[in-house]
Design a protein. Structure first.
Lengths: 490, 178
């Protein structure tokens, strides 16, 4: 709101020349206030069939026990923990975008944080269901809590990373939910004030009576900033603790100190890839090209190159340290990973996580929606294989060659995994229909400072350096939502 | 005119609204509140709203979480039931840190947000106290108490001069109750 303008050199965060506050509300609430289109229904039907498969597979597991999975005496952890870590990793982008990027004042987060946070919550739900179903006796799930009980006073083992993990994941889930919901209040109030009848009543309850008065907003901003401040170390701690589930054991291939940073980088890597997978489609189907622009896509791609490269360096370091340790078990675990019977999984991981994201160094690929979308899926395939490689290849050849075994999943393993993807998409598609997929209030903040039209006005006023203007106009070429003719006239 | 409770100046632009606040204050008109669709920096100073002390509350909740976690683990693992793990000491402080950290964040987040909800009267099902339905959409609304400020035509003029698109006279405080 201040008098000075943002530098002309920065790319606009909202494109289009007829954007007003009212239009932002209309555009973003379009999917919430209107009947769903065909694309949504097709997606929803497919996703809910997947979710149904998940219900069947998880119920089957509950009824028959985890013997329904393909686990054996040697490989006692496989697709379950792979799926769990995969989902928790995906769940990292949301809080990263909403918290870390808020602390760094990266305004481009404003139009992607809401759906990324929603994605986080749904991914953590998928992860949590793995935790519960792998217990074998899920009705005793409360045993992981330190509750007074009838077995003398035997408490949970506070030295165990699995107990830490329970605290970490449940804190992460509930704090993310709180952060997300508090941010949603003003936007739910916007829907409420435009609705009538029963809809109005429902949104009224969920808006908590939000009025938008000065004091509410002032407190709201203070609360958001502190939540961001405490969520930032929380995000880092969660995957650190997940990695400790492995790193504190003495299994060769797991017992490495590099795990925490390497897992965190991997989590951000896969989380951003999933955000791209979802948003590239959502922006097109919901017509949000003006708010989720090519600049946003390019920025996320840059984060993917960075974190993908960190992951790549971590893979190589791990290999080097295994050799350097001089421990033959450690050395064997890694040689076996890359050349043993699971070589294909290892090289799948290497290709998808280390090699293919390097293609994003090319501007053409980084700015191609199709290539980005395909790469984002490739990254998540790679990240699934990473967890599979770490878990299964470290276990399948243990200290006694007579007990060496391979792992083959049963239909239940596959269905729980495929079904969890269905569940995730079902929840996400429902979210798009009932809540605004972009933080309306936060995007409105950008209109007067960082939008294309504000910059256009700046240029027309004629006080800007000509070279800078030329550079700015050139940077607009990558936007698929900018009309170039407008600039030819100036 | 006597039934009028609030005069609302509805602006389409935050800069004009800020100008409106200045104009009213220069002329000695007290402002009841301002409703905006997004946070506008600088209004709180003009309206004399003090800095929020929620950060202090957040710190206190956080430190409570740290202590609660330490107390719980210490009681369970050191006092009540020592588990002998290879003869290692049961008071293993480094192992306590992850849970102490998580509970610090948990207590801080929930304590602070619930304090925020309580102090700004936000809770599920609360009747929304809205003076202008467009204040959550595209209007920036200055509300003036019509009983305290009786020079209605002057206020009307000041608001319009500052660029108000509309000046409303509400006979009820909150139209959302209708």
């Amino acid at each position: 709101m201040s008098g000075h303008n943002e530098s002309i050199l920065r790319e606009p965060l909202i494109t289009g020349n007829d954007i007003t506050y009212a239009k932002i509300t209309d555009d973003i609430l379009g999917p919430v206030e209107n009947k769903p289109n065909k694309a949504w229904w097709i997606g929803f039907i497919v996703a809910s069939l997947g979710a149904l498969l998940w219900v069947v597979a998880v119920s089957y597991t509950f009824w028959n026990g985890i013997g329904a999975w393909g686990l054996n005496k040697t490989v006692g952890w496989a697709w379950d923990i792979t799926g769990f870590v995969w989902w928790v990793g995906i769940g990292h982008a949301g809080t990263l975008i909403s918290a870390v990027l808020l602390l760094f004042r990266q305004n481009w987060r404003n139009s992607i944080n809401r759906s990324a946070e929603a994605m986080t919550i749904f991914a953590v739900i998928c992860a949590a269901t793995y935790v519960v179903s792998h217990m074998g006796r899920p009705w005793l799930a409360y045993w992981v809590l330190p509750l007074p009980n009838q077995f003398g006073s035997l408490w949970v083992n506070f030295n165990s990373p699995l107990v830490w993990d329970m605290f970490a994941i449940s804190t992460y889930f509930s704090v993310s939910l709180l952060f997300w919901y508090t941010g949603l209040l003003p936007d739910i109030a916007t829907i409420r004030d435009r609705a009538t009848g029963t809809r109005k009543k429902i949104y009224s309850i969920f808006s908590f009576g939000w009025s938008g008065s000065v004091k509410t907003w002032q407190r709201f901003e203070a609360v958001s900033l502190i939540l961001a401040g405490i969520s930032t170390p929380l995000v880092l701690s969660v995957h650190t603790i997940v990695s400790m589930d492995f790193a504190t054991s003495v299994i060769p291939g797991w017992h490495t100190t590099i795990f925490p940073p390497y897992f965190v980088a991997g989590a951000i890597f896969s989380g951003f890839a999933m955000v791209l997978t979802l948003l590239l489609v959502a922006r097109k189907v919901l017509g949000l090209e003006n708010y989720i622009t090519m600049f946003h896509i390019e920025s996320m791609n840059k984060i993917i190159i960075l974190t993908g490269s960190i992951v790549g360096v971590a893979y190589l370091t791990e290999f080097f340290i295994a050799w350097y340790s001089g421990s033959e078990y450690e050395q064997y675990a890694f040689i076996n990973r890359s050349t043993g019977p699971y070589w294909w999984a290892y090289w799948m991981m290497m290709t998808c996580n280390v090699i293919s994201p390097q293609l994003l160094w090319f501007k053409k690929i980084r700015l191609s929606i199709r290539a980005t979308w395909i790469l984002s899926i490739v990254v998540n395939i790679g990240m699934w294989f990473e967890r599979f490689v770490i878990i299964v290849t470290s276990l399948h050849r243990d200290y006694i060659p007579s007990s060496w075994a391979m792992f083959s999943p049963t239909w239940v393993d596959v269905s729980v995994f495929v079904g969890s993807i269905g569940l995730f998409f079902t929840l996400f598609l429902l979210f798009l229909r009932v809540l605004p997929s972009i933080a309306i209030a936060e995007v409105k903040l950008l209109l007067k400072s960082a939008s294309e039209q504000a910059k256009m006005k700046q240029i027309k006023e004629g006080h800007e350096n000509k070279e800078y203007v030329a550079e700015y106009v050139e940077s607009l070429e990558k936007f698929d939502s900018v009309k170039q003719e407008e600039y030819a006239k100036i | 005119m006597s039934d009028i409770k609030y005069i609302l100046g509805s602006f389409g632009d935050p800069v004009e609204m800020m100008h409106g606040i200045d104009k009213l204050q220069e002329n000695g008109v007290s402002i009841y509140d301002v409703y905006t669709p997004m946070p506008i920096h600088g209004i709180e100073v003009k309206l004399g709203i003090k800095r929020s002390r929620i950060d202090i509350a957040a710190f206190c909740f956080g430190i409570t979480g740290t202590c609660a976690a330490f107390a719980l683990i210490y009681f369970c693992a050191v006092i009540d039931w020592k588990v002998n793990i290879g003869g290692k000491p049961s008071f293993a402080l480094p192992d306590f840190i992850p849970i102490m950290f998580e509970l610090t964040v948990l207590f801080c987040a929930f304590g602070m947000v619930l304090t925020y909800y309580a102090s700004t009267h936000l809770f599920p099902g609360r009747a929304p106290r809205v003076m202008d339905l467009r204040a959550t959409d595209d209007r920036f609304v200055i509300a003036v108490d019509a009983k305290d400020n009786t020079a209605h035509t002057v206020i009307d003029g000041l608001l319009k001069d500052a660029g108000a698109l509309e000046v409303k006279y509400n006979e009820r405080k909150y139209i959302s109750y209708e």
